[in-house]
Design a protein around this ligand. Structure first.
Ligand SMILES: *[C@@H]1O[C@H](CO)[C@@H](O)[C@H](O)[C@H]1NC(C)=O
Ligand SMILES: *[C@@H]1O[C@H](CO)[C@@H](O)[C@H](O)[C@H]1NC(C)=O
Ligand SMILES: *[C@@H]1O[C@H](CO)[C@@H](O)[C@H](O)[C@H]1NC(C)=O
Ligand SMILES: *[C@@H]1O[C@H](CO)[C@@H](O)[C@H](O)[C@H]1NC(C)=O
Ligand SMILES: *[C@@H]1O[C@H](CO)[C@@H](O)[C@H](O)[C@H]1NC(C)=O
Ligand SMILES: *[C@@H]1O[C@H](CO)[C@@H](O)[C@H](O)[C@H]1NC(C)=O
Length: 558
């Protein structure tokens, strides 16, 4: 508002100040990057492996402290998936789960009578194979949702595997009016077996390449989280502070320090020809299951004296639901609507918002940048969509930054390795305080790697968050989870929702009980009527921003 009264000369002055401020910030960042970059990369002399079980162990990670190792053990146990007997070779679909032959039934209300807000609804799902024979074991990956398009209402269900071919989906009934159940088979259990094997045996199935250059010499070599032992020397780019691994084969004629770019190569294909039919769109990949009876029913107002709808489990139940298109939290947080740019600006006045992670958290940066006209983005030459990004509203002292997380970074776009920022290291550089908001979202580039990598990455971030909240307890820390995405055959093998579900569970468990706010993107995407998308569409992002701002500017604080 104030800026609008400025003369042209004052405008120029403001811009000059802005430009100088941005330049200083960028130069500071560059100095730090240069320093990191010059650290000597260790060259590793290969040991020829005599380990007969090489396929299982070529991807090993640094040892953990006893506490972290115990946590890892418990986390791995908590996400263990039911065993599936292997299919006889050659694989045929006949005995695998067929959504077209499977059904679900809405069970009558416990105690009889009509449904009321606050009741628990249970749906029984019965899976059958392509012959129509009931399945006898569990392990299928199912998603369930309750919704009402007219009311803009939706909530995710919790699926329980009875291990005998039947499953329950349980919902809390949070709204009054009509509701319809939807159940989807994401993958049959036999596909999960394949996905599990791929991560175990081929954690390097996404290939990465780096270009090395010095003078007129240049060479390209393969890089990864884990590289198979060969006679070639390795360059070790493991981050010294966080211990996060990254390696390249050493170029023959160049030093490890000559690495100038990082990009994804073509994927290796490690699925057996017969297994391809386990991942067919329209057949057994993200296909809806039909109801054997009515799937629509009416929910009456809450009965007097009835308990509030609560998230049924801290680590696994949905954290909220949509009503009239707006997300309502089940944990007691009031989600306010920040509908106008002035409402958002008012909340963020005098604050720094630091966003770290993948493109799904970059969407928050893009949303703010698009919706706040006074927020001016700095566009350095040659920047890719990996950033770093920075935008400033000088009049209101608002700064928003975004940094992409460190490798693995799965993109065909060639970027300099200096584009990567290990989130824990960035958080360690923050002073923090009530004027600082930290948003973290890291998951989308991790599905095809061993989950141990993700656990260690989150442990390093959590340690940095604990340090931050110790030195600056007023800092607002927001953690975004992963979410389901659209899947094709090819995408399933590296980015399946099953991989993301496991990482979602790990992330929720890891930050449980900490003074951080979780944005449960998994439930928000699942509950919404818009299709699953790696980059959720604007109405969902708007709801995430409303949650974020509701934590920054809680209603009763002013
Ligand atoms: C960097 O590595 C090279 C080759 O291994 C070595 O000769 C050099 O002394 C190292 N420099 C530093 C600063 O450690
Ligand atoms: C390791 O994997 C390769 C192909 O992926 C396979 O040919 C080989 O038999 C495996 N070795 C062991 C010891 O499992
Ligand atoms: C499977 O187990 C559930 C829970 O124990 C039970 O309710 C259901 O009847 C069982 N289904 C079959 C087909 O045995
Ligand atoms: C790579 O470097 C890290 C950090 O310096 C070190 O801890 C690790 O042992 C090295 N990895 C290998 C395989 O040498
Ligand atoms: C390395 O240099 C040697 C000698 O100049 C040359 O013959 C060889 O082709 C080079 N290797 C690569 C991979 O560029
Ligand atoms: C925000 O917009 C929604 C939908 O457009 C509307 O229902 C709501 O009343 C608005 N809230 C405020 C505080 O303006």
């Amino acid at each position: 508002m104030k800026a609008r009264a400025c003369t042209r000369r004052e405008y120029s002055a403001i811009f000059l100040v802005l430009a100088v401020a941005v330049l200083i910030l960028v130069l500071c960042n560059m100095a730090v990057l240069e320093f990191h970059h010059k650290v000597n990369s260790t060259i590793i002399v290969p040991k020829v492996s005599t380990d007969p079980d090489m396929n299982q162990s070529f991807c090993t990670f640094q040892p953990l402290s006893p506490e972290d190792a115990l946590e890892e053990r418990l986390l791995l146990d908590s996400i263990a998936w039911p065993e599936t007997p292997p299919l006889p070779a050659p694989v045929s679909l006949e005995q695998t789960s067929d959504p077209a032959h499977s059904t679900f039934t809405v069970l009558p209300r416990r105690g009889g009578g009509q449904w009321h807000v606050g009741d628990q609804l249970e749906v029984m799902i019965k899976m059958s194979d392509f012959h129509g024979h009931p399945k006898k074991h569990g392990g299928d990956f199912l998603l369930a949702r309750l919704h009402n398009l007219k009311l803009g209402a939706g909530v995710a269900g919790q699926v329980l595997d009875h291990l005998n071919g039947s499953y329950s989906a349980v919902f809390s009934l949070p709204w009054e009016g009509d509701a319809q159940v939807e159940v989807m088979l994401v993958h049959p259990s036999d596909a999960i077996l394949v996905l599990n094997r791929l991560n175990r045996e081929h954690p390097d199935r996404i290939l990465f390449k780096s270009l090395f250059r010095s003078g007129s010499l240049s060479e390209t070599t393969d890089c990864n989280v884990c590289l198979r032992p060969t006679q070639q020397l390795l360059c070790n780019y493991t981050d010294v502070r966080t211990g996060q691994p990254w390696f390249c084969y050493k170029p023959k004629n160049l030093s490890c320090d000559a690495r100038i770019s990082h990009a994804r190569g073509q994927n290796g294909r490690f699925i057996k020809a017969n297994e391809e039919k386990l991942f067919r769109s329209g057949v057994n990949l993200k296909v809806y299951i039909r109801a054997s009876g009515p799937a629509r029913f009416t929910v009456l107002p809450k009965k007097k004296g009835q308990l509030e709808v609560k998230s049924s489990s801290v680590t696994s139940g949905p954290s909220g639901y949509y009503y009239q298109g707006a997300w309502r939290a089940l944990d007691g947080t009031t989600v306010q609507q920040f509908n106008t740019s002035s409402a958002i600006t008012e909340c963020l006045k005098g604050k720094k918002v630091h966003l770290y992670g993948d493109s799904t958290v970059r969407q928050w940066f893009e949303f703010l940048n698009k919706n706040l006209p006074d927020l001016k983005e700095f566009h350095p030459q040659g920047r890719t969509k990996f950033g770093p990004f920075m935008a400033i509203d000088n009049a209101n002292s608002i700064m928003v930054t975004f940094n992409f997380h460190g490798p693995p970074l799965v993109s065909f776009i060639r970027v300099p390795p200096t584009t990567f920022y290990y989130i824990a290291n960035e958080i360690d550089r923050l002073t923090g305080g009530t004027d600082t908001i930290v948003g973290v979202g890291i998951w989308a580039h991790f599905p095809s790697f061993p989950i141990e990598l993700y656990i260690r990455r989150l442990q390093s971030i959590r340690r940095a968050v604990v340090r931050l909240l110790t030195r600056a307890p007023g800092t607002v820390v927001i953690i975004r989870t992963g979410h389901p995405r659209a899947l094709t055959f090819d995408l399933s093998l590296i980015f399946s929702d099953w991989y993301s579900l496991q990482r979602y569970k790990v992330l929720r468990a890891m930050f449980k009980g900490m003074n951080v706010h979780l944005i449960d993107a998994w439930s928000m995407v699942l509950a919404h009527h818009l299709p699953h998308n790696i980059h959720p569409l604007p109405p969902i992002i708007k709801n995430m921003i409303n949650i974020l701002l509701s934590h920054v500017c809680p209603q009763n604080s002013t």
